[in-house]
Design a protein around this ligand. Structure first.
Ligand code: GDP
Length: 317
């Protein structure tokens, strides 16, 4: 497939390189021999427009990938509504405006599968956006991410900017957030099963009923898809990125128990929320573009657990 835009030789800014997604993007670019621009939070606070403007004027990136975001699992979303709404809106608005002012050639914005209505028909197509009510446990994050997608479309329509958006499904892998409460389900359970194994605990708590269905994509597969879309896609329509299969949380928990080697019971804590009942993306657009997920769940979980054991990721923020 011919490339519409070649990342080789370009100055690419990966915003949010310390997060799980940003780090995977940097890894994937480096594997191609491309060394992207990055900025630590101390060097550049993306919530501050002036700082961001100065940084762009000094570094002049040609391509930008917005992987910077306030992210977290169901409990964090519920607990920090201001952070999820304000911080994500500011990051998107500052970066997209600065990209425009500095003639960035290509920009990729990352949304999330939680932007879709809670009761969207499954698998969820891109057309479901804004057709119904959002899942209340993550609407703060969803509203900010929808605004970000709309910004990429608005700059394209008003100025002809080549800005695109992708909607990743639930991601996991190296460099996840292993905070016991604030992270997503895979990181949370890897840690809980590991600690239960070490302590010889008879059971492990799983939040909710275990019946919600989720789709999980290994973050390095996602990074490949993101670079593929940067090079092979242009257009106002955003695209879903997922593996195309989902499992229940109970099945996932059993897989994680096997990978970790925990032999006790699963105890479902129904005082905790389930969140949306099902979230499976229709990924036919990305598949038609020539990208497909390749890491099976078991292999991805093993890689994530090895990373956890090696001290990867974050533990307390
Ligand atoms: P969501 O897709 O936005 O709901 O993100 P999460 O990854 O936080 O949660 C996915 C599902 O896993 C929800 O139904 C949670 O209730 C369930 N779950 C079970 N145990 C855990 C846990 O330890 N941490 C998190 N974050 N979710 C859990």
């Amino acid at each position: 497939m011919n490339k519409l835009y070649d990342l080789a030789g370009r100055k690419i800014f990966v915003a949010g390189h310390r997060g799980m997604v940003g780090a995977a993007l940097v890894r994937t670019l480096e594997a191609r021999g491309i060394s992207p621009l990055v900025a630590t939070r101390e060097e550049l606070d993306l919530e501050r427009q002036e700082q961001t403007e100065r940084w762009f004027a000094n570094h002049r990136p040609q391509a930008v990938i917005i992987a910077a975001a306030q992210v977290g699992g169901i409990h964090a979303n519920n607990s920090f509504p201001r952070d999820f709404l304000y911080r994500n809106m500011m990051i998107a608005a500052n970066l997209i405006e600065c990209a425009h002012r500095n003639n960035v050639e290509k920009l990729l914005y990352l949304g999330s599968s939680c932007i879709y209505p809670r009761n969207a028909p499954q698998p969820i197509t891109e057309e479901s956006l804004l057709t119904g009510k959002l899942e209340p446990t993550n609407e703060w994050y969803a509203i900010a991410k929808i605004a970000g997608i709309k910004l990429t479309q608005a700059y394209r329509r008003q100025f002809g900017c080549d800005y695109i958006s992708l909607m990743p499904t639930n991601l996991y892998g190296l460099g996840d957030n292993y905070h016991p409460e604030h992270g997503h389900v895979i990181a949370g359970l890897l840690r809980r099963f590991h600690e239960a194994k070490l302590a010889g605990a008879p059971s492990v708590a799983i939040w909710g009923t275990g019946t919600p269905r989720r789709e999980f994509l290994f973050v390095d597969d996602f990074a490949e898809g993101a670079l593929h879309a940067m090079e092979h896609y242009t257009g106002a329509d955003f695209m879903n990125v997922g593996c195309g299969e989902d499992i229940t949380i109970a099945e996932l928990a059993r897989e994680i128990a096997t990978v970790v080697g925990f032999k006790g019971e699963l105890a479902f804590d129904t005082s905790k929320p389930d969140g949306t009942p099902r979230k499976l993306l229709d990924v036919s657009r990305m598949n038609a573009l020539g990208w497909r997920a390749k890491t099976p769940l078991r292999a991805g979980l093993k890689a994530a657990y090895a990373d956890f054991l090696a001290g990867g990721g974050r533990r307390y923020d």
